[in-house]
Ligand binder design. Structure first.
Ligand SMILES: CC(C)(COP(=O)(O)OP(=O)(O)OC[C@H]1O[C@@H](n2cnc3c(N)ncnc32)[C@H](O)[C@@H]1O)[C@@H](O)C(=O)NCCC(=O)NCCS
Ligand SMILES: Nc1ncnc2c1ncn2[C@@H]1O[C@H](COP(=O)(O)OP(=O)(O)OP(=O)(O)O)[C@@H](O)[C@H]1O
Length: 394
């Protein structure tokens, strides 16, 4: 099952996007709808709301008078907190039931307005944010929904900012223009990313191998890595000693293959094996026959378990290493050494570019990697000296 979190501010176009994904075959879980169901007449939810806010929130027929409660909830933060404290746990429990009932090959799209506000980004394989400028949203809510302008603005004030949503967005859909434009993006997202991503997770299949093509340094790599690391930390839980961005994409200014290398450090190889299924389910299938399996037979002196991101559009290598071996420390040392020594970084850059060009014709990654390793091995000697001189510790 692939879990997609779909969020955006009020009036940005979540429902428009969600409905299109449902037409393609996604299973929709709609938080606004669940939030209505859990306060229908006769529910524990409605009884608790009346206990908290008084019978004045009921309409003549005994149902919730939504405009009356909305006026309280969006007028002051404290009332909204009291409302959320009652409704959100009920919505969360029902959401869990619906998710658990989904078929193993489902692509579940969770339409959830308060994903960012409630800190839920790491619960999904992918977070999709729909956005439009505030003034556009206000105009749409007033004209298409008949909302009073001040009510629309009060709700926007009660929600996360575009910047806060950007920080968790794996996919950013700009819906400030024509509806057709965003729908075309949604169609491509479905076909090129969500469908293969779901199959990769279910079949424990990594994305296809990368070509050795070197890309210019991308200023967004650190933020992208941070998003994936947050997910890895949340999934790994207690066995995780630390999780870091390593490799070439972690060195500002260094051109690199567009693959994020991440390192999850655990206490023992047994911990790494415990995490095997959890990480695979979370979108990082473990490669079969890697060093981790060899290590079980004592065949590999510096074992690691290599998990590979299943997202076809965001290549990730997740190296799971135990503190029992030196490799985890060396990965961090090499990164920090290159970050602190621009001359070394530039030397490394030249080696990479030369080798990439030399191997562009044969298209193999192996020869490229072997030759690059020679430079890296020599650099480790210099890095250790630098560490001793500066007092560096991981
Ligand atoms: C206050 C209520 C009664 C107003 O009902 P109304 O029919 O006018 O709005 P509706 O529920 O359809 O929500 C419309 C939009 O308002 C925004 N919104 C709703 N509740 C909240 C909230 N607590 N905080 C911030 N924005 C909210 C969302 O963008 C949502 O998509 C209702 O929104 C409610 O019970 N809210 C609390 C539950 C909740 O947080 N729902 C949102 C997702 S779980
Ligand atoms: N690109 C667009 N151009 C014009 N109108 C649009 C566009 N996208 C959505 N709309 C309209 O704007 C309104 C808000 O869109 P939609 O209901 O999809 O937003 P939403 O984010 O789901 O809102 P809510 O947070 O209230 O659930 C709707 O009336 C919708 O038809």
């Amino acid at each position: 099952m692939l879990r997609v979190g779909l969020t955006g501010g009020i009036g940005a176009g979540k429902s428009t996007v969600a409905n299109r994904l449902a037409e393609h075959g996604a299973l929709l879980v709609d938080s606004d709808r669940i939030a209505r169901e859990v306060v229908e007449p006769g529910t524990e939810g409605l009884a608790r709301l009346v206990g908290e806010f008084g019978p004045g929130i009921l309409a003549a027929d005994g149902s919730l008078d939504r405009p009356v409660l909305a006026a309280k909830a969006f007028a002051d933060d404290e009332s909204r907190r009291r409302l959320n404290a009652i409704v959100h746990p009920l919505v969360g429990a029902r959401t869990g039931e619906l998710m658990a009932a989904a078929k193993p090959d489902a692509i579940v799209v969770h339409d959830i307005p308060l994903l960012v506000e409630n800190g839920l980004a790491t619960a999904y394989h992918l977070v999709v944010v729909v956005d439009a400028p505030v003034e556009v949203r206000v105009r749409r809510l007033v004209s298409a929904r008949g909302m009073a302008e001040e009510d629309a603005r009060a709700r926007i004030r009660a929600q996360a900012s575009a910047e806060q949503r950007r920080a968790v967005a794996d996919v950013w859909l700009d819906n400030g223009g024509a509806e057709d434009a965003v729908l075309a993006e949604v169609d491509a997202l479905w076909a090129d990313r969500l469908v293969p991503f779901e199959a990769n997770v279910r079949l424990r299949r990594p994305r296809p191998p990368m070509s050795p093509k070197i890309a210019a340094y991308d200023l967004t790599w650190p933020a992208q890595a941070e998003r994936v690391l947050a997910r890895v930390r949340a999934v790994a839980g207690e066995p995780a000693r630390r999780a870091d961005h390593i490799g070439s994409t972690a060195i500002p200014g260094l051109p690199a293959k567009d693959v994020l290398d991440l390192q999850l450090t655990v206490s023992t190889l047994d911990d790494a094996n415990t995490l095997r299924e959890l990480l695979s389910d979370a979108g990082f299938p473990r490669l079969e026959g890697d060093w981790c399996d060899d290590a079980q037979d004592g065949g590999e002196p510096w074992p690691k378990c290599l998990h590979v991101g299943a997202d076809p559009k965001r290549p990730v290598n997740l190296h799971v290493r135990s503190v029992e071996t030196p490799a985890w420390r060396l990965a961090l040392l090499f990164r920090d050494f290159l970050r602190a020594n621009p001359d070394e970084r530039d030397d490394y850059r030249d080696v990479k570019l030369r080798l990439a060009e030399a191997h562009a014709a044969d298209g193999t990654v192996e020869a490229y990697a072997d030759e690059k390793q020679e430079w890296v091995n020599a650099a480790f000697g210099r890095a250790e000296k630098w560490a001793a001189a500066t007092g560096w510790t991981p």
